[in-house]
Design a protein around this ligand. Structure first.
Ligand code: PSU
Ligand code: MN
Length: 324
């Protein structure tokens, strides 16, 4: 059985060396409430298109890893009654059992890279949980070992941000502020933590990605984009809410993969939906920035690609189920 299914449009864009942007799906299945999840997923795809790139939302449907979803597939995933939250740890089991779910940053990066994609947009990456330094998201080792460009709004504000930043540094992941000198904090424009690297244009990011590839380094380039000021919540305003929510999760004994979705849902409740508005705005903005970076990378790199071609996976074009 082939291991990855490509939407026809994605397969064609890759063949022609046109820019493609990977999008994750755990935010659809576990990060946002319905029907906002479907609306935001669509809006991200439309934004990537407006910017002249091809969107490839990645998910596992009935055991098949898809890179690029048709409208119907997206619809089904967003309405799925009990989807699996798929990270690297359970990806093989989900495929073996024919299950359906949304892929986290880690699992999305793996599948995207295997399919030959180079740029990926998400919301907030996972990291080190507050009060639980043993709970480190698989997103971090994935970022350390999969050479993509990942566009995000920093790590989720519910996490231990200084520890998350230190861990990324330990593992050699360049964390770049996009038009900023401090680490964005997901729904807040800044955490106040200084970043050593800054880029102000897609071309600068593309140049860094090229240098990374030329040097044979394997870590992702993490591009962090602040949520638009008008949609974000100032850090001082959410800080105490977040502390209270984290304490509440502790009392309730919520741990492991359930923790992030729980914290996000509570944050939405406590902020009267302001965190959802911010989440939507930052996701759409990240899709836009990622598309611009993907265009810059494709326009400046030879085709076929010398270093990032996948390790000979069995790639199949979707038939019938995919885009026509
Ligand atoms: N960004 C969002 N909403 C989300 C996520 C990211 O705006 O729900 C997801 C990502 O898929 C990320 C995951 O990989 O949360 C992290 O989960 P954990 O902390 O359990 O590793
Ligand atoms: Mn975890």
């Amino acid at each position: 059985m082939p291991d990855i299914f490509l939407a026809p449009e994605v397969a064609q864009a890759l063949r022609e060396g046109r820019p493609v942007v990977a999008l994750e799906s755990a935010l659809i299945t576990h990060g946002l409430p319905r029907p906002l999840n479907r609306d935001v997923a669509r809006e991200m795809e439309e934004t990537v298109r407006e910017e002249g790139a091809v969107p490839a939302t990645i998910a596992v449907l009935e055991g098949r890893p898809w890179v690029g979803l048709s409208r119907e597939q997206m619809e089904r995933l967003a309405a799925e009654p009990s989807p699996v939250k798929i990270s690297l740890q359970n990806l093989p089991a989900v495929v073996a059992r024919g299950a359906t779910g949304g892929t986290t940053v880690a699992a999305t990066m793996h599948l995207a890279h295997r399919a030959g994609l180079r740029v990926f947009a998400t919301g907030g990456i996972g990291g080190v949980h507050r009060g639980h330094p043993e709970d480190v998201s698989a997103d971090l080792p994935a970022l350390a070992s999969i050479p993509m460009v990942v566009v995000c709004a920093g790590a989720k504000a519910i996490l231990d941000l200084p520890r998350t930043l230190e861990t990324l540094e330990t593992w050699g992941v360049p964390v770049v502020g996009y038009g900023t000198d401090t680490l964005p904090a997901f729904t807040s424009p800044t955490s106040g933590l200084p970043l050593p690297l800054r880029a102000d244009s897609p071309e600068e990011v593309a140049a860094m990605a090229r240098a990374r590839d030329d040097l044979g380094l394997r870590a992702a380039l993490l591009v962090t984009v602040p949520v638009p000021e008008e949609d974000g919540i100032p850090w001082e305003e959410v800080e105490s809410e977040i502390a209270a929510i984290v304490a509440e999760a502790e009392r309730e004994g919520i741990r492991g993969p359930a923790l992030t979705p729980y914290l996000l849902a509570r944050l939405a409740h406590q902020t009267d939906g302001r965190s959802l508005r911010a989440n939507r705005a930052l996701l759409v903005q990240n899709a836009r920035v990622a598309a611009r970076i993907a265009r810059s990378i494709e326009s400046s790199s030879p085709h076929p690609r010398p270093f990032t071609s996948p390790p000979a996976p069995l790639l199949t074009q979707g038939s019938g189920e995919g885009r026509g």
